[in-house]
Write a protein that binds this ligand. Sequence first.
Ligand code: GLC
Length: 482
Amino acid sequence: MAVGSLADAPKDLLSEIKHLEELFTIDTAKLKEISSHFEIELEKGLSVEGGTIPMNPTWVMSYPTGHETGTYLALDMGGTNLRVCQVTLTEQKSGFDIIQSKYRMPEELKTGDAEELWEYIADCLMQFIETYYGDSTKLDKIPLGFTFSYPATQNYIDEGILQRWTKGFDIAGVEGHNVVPMFQAALARRGVPIKLSALINDTTGTLVASGYTDPKMRIGCIFGTGCNAAYMEDCGSIPKLAYMNLPPDTPMAINCEWGAFDNEHKVLPMTPYDIIIDKDSPRPGQQAFEKMIAGLYLGEIFRQIMVDLYDNNEAHIFAGQDISKLRKPYSLDSSFLSAIEEDPFENLSETLGLFQDKLNISPNLPELELIRRICELIGTRAARLSACGVAAISRKKGYQSCHVGADGTVFNKYPHFKARVAAALCEILDWPDKTDPKEEDPIEILAAEDGSGVGAALIAALTLQRVKDGNMHGILHPENFS
Ligand code: GLC
């Protein structure tokens, strides 16, 4: 088969591509504008009045030294799975052993009833404990780090008042409430022998877990179903904590919840597709930045474009074919886009196969090329926007050179994501050309250690240690730390 290129595409498709390129391309000047605005918003979030980005203090008040020890449980309530881990921090510096079980998070639970959610989680924990520890009635309470990766106000490390559900969750009766007592009540009903030492966010876990093995780590990021970052601030730069009178140089990890950046739509170049996704989501007006970047939404942006090209435009793509499967919201996830961007064949035969298998559509060659280009545009925009957040935190903190620990399916699996973020960071921060291409970037984004497992255990260990040392700030239930 002759190898096609976009230049051979019919005129109508070419003009569609050009239009989409205009909508989705973010040039250097715009990146800089977004990143500068981001920096201002980070600052605002720390102020007494607050801003759009929540900038939640987490009561994680130090980096690990690498010498933490002990055995802890970690529970990760992620978007797709529920994971329970037993983490042993070993005597060896920065060493750990981990045993883990994954449980599917039933889709119905995400939009179901709060009680059922907590019961399900308690059941999974109990099952894990009985498998690995034996008879639960004979056990002392085991310290647990609970990774609850949603925006939560934490006046204490063992508290989490859910600000709002994100990532498509929509369970009534939880927003505005402290989730810890709900969780603990379910544990008590089943007699699960656990004491909660810390409620953490996946980004904070990522920051701490990565800091355990790499002293240059300064920022923890998740580019997965959702998108967010955490970094270490000094209490003196957190006006909203001034009432606590903590020494100004005391460290405090901040869970930025940067997915909420620009909810007021001042700088982000939203396309009509982003607007529809927001409008049709369970929380319109929330998580503007996240909805342009995170894995939950990338496939949906793509799907919206495809349906639009079929329905509304001159392009007439997929003429005469039944697109009913494509009409199903959220039927394509980011792995669909990853696979298309990874298609190694010039004739995009793998993309054709994907469309046939998943959607019952057979695109012709120019359509396949349009499809590939759209994936590139969506994936590149996500990566470049992500860089704006990393650059903003780095500039705010004056980090000229550091490591950023990143995790999540988009970071780990989406082709070219890392290179695209790195290129955008270089543009925003005006790095000089490298003399040796193998040289590290001044700010290097690296694959993180397991934040919601090892990170949660480390935070439990750090909290137990600091209570032992007499630092009771941000501890609601000291009895759980003895
Ligand atoms: C969403 C959540 C945030 C989490 C992120 C990555 O943005 O609100 O808490 O860190 O997803 O999982």
